[in-house]
Design a protein around this ligand. Structure first.
Ligand SMILES: [Zn+2]
Length: 250
C-alpha cells in the first residue's frame, strides 16, 4: 500500500471502519513507514483526546442551530464532508460554546474501542501468518502455563476445557494495550479462539461485555486481578459460554 493510499484510509482505520484485509495492509505499511506512523499516532491522539475529554457538552439551543447551519453550509448538506470530520468540527465548535441547554453525548469509552480494534487485529494476524497461531503447541495446561515463565511477568490462568468442548491448542506471546500479554488459543469445532490475558490495573472486577467487529466476536471481562479479552469467529452464544466457563474457573 502506498503512502498516499494509506493516508486516504487513515481516518477510517483509526475509526475501526476498515475490513480486516485493508487494516492489515495499513498495519504493514505503518510498520515500515515512519512518516505515516507519525500521522497515524497524531490521528489516534486526536481521537482519544476528543473522546476522553469531550464527552459532555451543554450548549444553548440557538448555538446548536447556528453550529448545525454552519456545518450544513460547510458540508454541502453533510454530503461532501465525511461524518467523522463533521463530528470533530462539531466537537471543537461545541467545546468553545459551553453554556446551558442541550446535552451532547459523544462516543463510548475510546480505550475500549481501541482495544477491540487491537485485539481483533492480533487475532486475524495470528490466523493469517503461517506458524503464528502458537509459540507453544500443547493441549496440556501443565505444559502451556510454565512456558510463560520468564516471558511475561505474571502467571496466566491456563485451564483445559476439552470436556466442555473448548480444547486447548497452545499459547503465544502477544502484545496488546501496550503490554506483553499471554495469548491462549482454544478450538471449538473448526473455530479458533484467541484469549488475551494480562494483569488488571484496577482492583474491581468488570462484568462481561460483548462486541462484533470486522466479522469477529469479542468478549471481555476482568476478575481476580486479570483482564481477559477473547476474540473468535465463533457465534456469540458459544463465545459467551466459553467466557463464563473461564470466569468461574478464575
Ligand atoms: Zn507511508
Amino acid at each position: 500500500m502506498s503512502c498516499e493510499h494509506t493516508q486516504q484510509l487513515l481516518d477510517a482505520y483509526v475509526d475501526g471502519e476498515l475490513d480486516v484485509e485493508k487494516s492489515l495492509a495499513i498495519e504493514q505499511h505503518l510498520s515500515a513507514c515512519p512518516a505515516c506512523r507519525k500521522r497515524h499516532e497524531a490521528r489516534r491522539w486526536v481521537r482519544v483526546a476528543v473522546q476522553s475529554q469531550a464527552r459532555y457538552f451543554t450548549v444553548p439551543d440557538p448555538a446548536v442551530r447556528r453550529i448545525q447551519a454552519h456545518l450544513d453550509k460547510a458540508g454541502g448538506g453533510g454530503r461532501t464532508l465525511p461524518a467523522r470530520w463533521l463530528s470533530l468540527a462539531a466537537t471543537a465548535a461545541i467545546a468553545a460554546l459551553l453554556g446551558s441547554g442541550t446535552t451532547f453525548w459523544i462516543g463510548r469509552t475510546s480505550s475500549e474501542d481501541l482495544l477491540t480494534q487491537e485485539a481483533v487485529a492480533n487475532h486475524s494476524r495470528s490466523l493469517m501468518v503461517a506458524g503464528r497461531i502458537t509459540d507453544i503447541s500443547s493441549s496440556d495446561q501443565h505444559t502451556v502455563k510454565p512456558w510463560f515463565n520468564g516471558r511475561v511477568d505474571f502467571s496466566p490462568l491456563v485451564v483445559d476445557l476439552t470436556a466442555q468442548g473448548f480444547a486447548l491448542v497452545g499459547g503465544r506471546l502477544d502484545y496488546l494495550d501496550n503490554h506483553p500479554v499471554a495469548a491462549l488459543v482454544y478450538r471449538h469445532r473448526q473455530h479458533l479462539i484467541n484469549l488475551f490475558v494480562w494483569p488488571d490495573d484496577k482492583s474491581a472486577a468488570a462484568p462481561m461485555r460483548a462486541f462484533a467487529r470486522h466479522g469477529y466476536h469479542v468478549l471481555h471481562w476482568s476478575g481476580g486481578g486479570m483482564r481477559y479479552w477473547a476474540v473468535s469467529d465463533l457465534n456469540p452464544a458459544d463465545l459467551k459460554a466459553f467466557g463464563e466457563l473461564l470466569a468461574t474457573q478464575g
